[in-house]
Write a new protein. Sequence first.
Length: 73
Amino acid sequence: MDKFFTQKYCDRCGKDLKCGRIMSMFNEDCICMACCNEEKKDQDYDKAVKADIEEIKRGNYNFKGIGRRKSNK
């Protein structure tokens, strides 16, 4: 089974994934829903979503993402 479905903790914050998980739009991180909500606030989020959609249209269902900028925190 794929690691995405079996891992227990968020790749970003380390919190338990029992309340939900999603793949990051920027890279292959498996993130919790709180990190997903934070990711959506990123200025490049729409760019990442559009790039993902374009790759899917080309038949690439394993797009690695556009990369994630370093956090300013």
